[in-house]
Design a protein around this ligand. Sequence first.
Ligand SMILES: [Cu+2]
Length: 114
Amino acid sequence: MRKRWLISLFLAALPSASTVVLAAEKSHDHGAAQPAASEAIAATGTVKGVDAAAGKLVIAHDPIPALKWPAMTMDFRLADKALASKVKAGDKIKFEMVPGEKGSYIVTAIDPAP
Ligand SMILES: [Cu+2]
């Protein structure tokens, strides 16, 4: 009986789990405006969070006309984890990024914004 109960619980949890995954992917779907893979894109924004161990930044970026992106807050992976030490939450930055996997973008350079 106990095993059967566990299976029911698992099945009941499945739909909500897949919904969460879909929602997460959708939030990073920036539409069809994908540039050539080698093309670096310049952008500006404000650092909202730094995860130096994972090599990730959360950036509230300004609109990026080259990608037809509105302003939004999103995660970026860093090409080099050492870049994380250049910034802290609240910093205004100029940065460059290149397309990564599955619609993600990888930050390749960071400079303080004027
Ligand atoms: Cu974005």
